[in-house]
Design a protein around this ligand. Structure first.
Ligand code: FAD
Length: 440
């Protein structure tokens, strides 16, 4: 039974949420919980059928970091030289790719990294509380495990570099512990096969794992019970303006009108917003995953393992292992790149060679992370008074979903946000008028 937290029935509004990925779905849940009349529109026939479908499944409340870090440019160069790069850039660079790379590069310095990481951690920590609130609202099963996550190091130099990150984590009371190889194996016994190569790890004991798609479908069912209306198989074409407000959403099934609108279209948010003069720097960073059956429990991961060097995450989801990673900059090209599948299998083999059932029938999948150059999502209002954004969650949308949905719902409902919104909405891009942004 969901406990409704109706603040004041008089403020109940009609809200249309554009997009039923994990972000749109959790937004709908918290909006309904705050007493609003919610309709969610999506082109797919169910929730979370695009980027939220087969992600790595890590709820990385502690392991929350922007990709743009001081070490990234050098790493990118090294990856390019070794030929085994988790970062792949289409040589036919589009202007969008160039813009994204340039903006990301501008964030690859210590000061930006600290600011961005702090903002992301703020949302992630809040999201953990919001997820626990959902678990308290009703019984929900999403193959969740609450056994922490472990970031591996293959070189002792990497351990030395982590000191600065730990000081930021401490500010947010995030518990982390540097482990030597033996201690890593205590946490994840099947790491015994990688013992000789391992330099150590950092353990985030309060991180969770879980199946994002399963979670979304459970939230969807609860939303239906709460009176949320879903319009599936409905393609959003544009939004129609009336002076300084959104008048309606135009779709292949006609127009939808509401008091308030939320854009949570993942990587596709940018295009719809661009048509009404809002430019947000969201770029589709393509990633891949494979999902395979567990062969032997004792040789398989129990929770989440992150291999930052090879940029992959390996997660236990029920009786399956999911390996996800790679950053492929190729705009909206959905092609399943065979070499990326091979890299994921190689990465798994390196760490858990005996844990998975090898089969040609691995569930090979791709999705576009809706990425901002600073790693922080964009949550909050816009120059149009009835338009809100909840998008740009990049690599950590599953982790940040519950908190983002709750924060957005509170903002729309006029409830004081429970966390600071500094640097979270689009105004951090020095918004000056509807068409100009300054990324400097
Ligand atoms: C390989 C990979 C691994 C990842 N691993 C993790 C992880 O371990 N932990 C983590 O926290 N995050 C992870 N992520 C990131 C996470 O999956 C995303 O941040 C998150 O799914 C984004 O959710 P979203 O709802 O914003 O976007 P989406 O899930 O893409 O939802 C957008 C929705 O909008 C709909 N839509 C778009 N355009 C239209 C239109 N014109 N008309 C109608 N509907 C439309 C789509 O159908 C879709 O349902 C990973 C991502 C990838 C690719």
């Amino acid at each position: 039974m969901v406990k409704f937290a109706l603040y004041d029935q008089n403020y109940s509004m009609k809200v249309v949420v554009l997009g039923a990925g994990i972000i749109g779905t959790t937004s709908a849940y918290f909006l309904a919980k705050n007493g609003h009349e919610v309709t969610v529109i999506d082109r797919q026939d169910s929730v979370s059928m695009e980027t939220s479908h087969a992600n790595a499944g890590c709820l990385s409340y502690g392991f929350t970091s922007p990709w743009a870090s001081p070490g990234l440019p050098l790493n990118a160069l090294k990856w390019a030289l070794t030929g085994r790069s988790p970062l792949i850039i289409n040589p036919k660079l589009s202007s969008e790719t160039i813009k994204f790379l340039f903006r990301m590069y501008k964030n690859c310095n210590s000061l930006s990294y600290e600011i961005n990481k702090s903002r992301m951690l703020r949302i992630a920590s809040y999201s953990q509380k919001a997820l626990l609130e959902i678990e308290n609202d009703f019984e929900i099963n999403y193959e969740q495990r609450k056994q922490g996550s472990l970031q591996l190091f293959w070189d002792t130099k990497e351990i030395d570099k982590i000191a600065k990150d730990i000081s930021i984590l401490e500010k947010f009371n995030i518990q982390s512990k540097i482990l030597d190889p033996k201690e890593c194996i205590k946490v994840e016994p099947a790491l015994k096969y990688a013992k000789n190569k391992l330099a150590g790890g950092i353990h985030f004991k309060n991180d969770f794992t879980g199946n994002c798609y399963l979670f979304s479908t459970e939230i969807y069912k609860k939303c239906l019970e709460m009176g949320v209306h879903f319009e599936f198989n409905t393609v959003i074409d544009s939004v129609k303006l009336n002076n300084n407000e959104i008048f309606s959403v135009l779709t292949n099934k006609g127009q939808f009108k509401a008091d308030t609108y939320v854009v949570s279209l993942g990587s596709y948010s940018k295009k719809i917003l661009s048509n009404i003069g809002i430019e947000i720097p969201v770029y589709p960073v393509k990633g891949y995953s494979i999902t395979m059956p567990v062969l032997s429990d004792k040789d398989a991961p129990q929770s989440t393992i992150m291999d930052e060097k090879n940029k992959i995450a390996i997660t236990r989801l029920g009786d399956k292992i999911r390996v996800a990673g790679m950053a492929h900059l190729t705009d909206f090209n959905k092609h399943l790149r065979e070499k990326s599948r091979e890299s994921l299998v190689t990465g798994l083999d390196l760490i858990f060679p005996k844990g998975y059932k090898s089969s040609n029938n691995v569930n090979f999948w791709t999705g576009f992370r809706p990425s901002t150059p600073d790693g922080t999502p964009i949550i909050g209002n816009t120059p149009y008074k009835n338009l809100y954004l909840n998008t740009g969650h990049g690599t950590l949308g599953w982790t940040m979903s519950a908190g983002s949905g709750k924060l957005l719902s509170n903002l729309i409902s006029g409830i004081d946000p429970e966390i600071s919104t500094e640097g979270i909405d689009m105004s951090r891009y020095s918004f000056s008028n509807k068409t100009e942004f300054n990324y400097g």
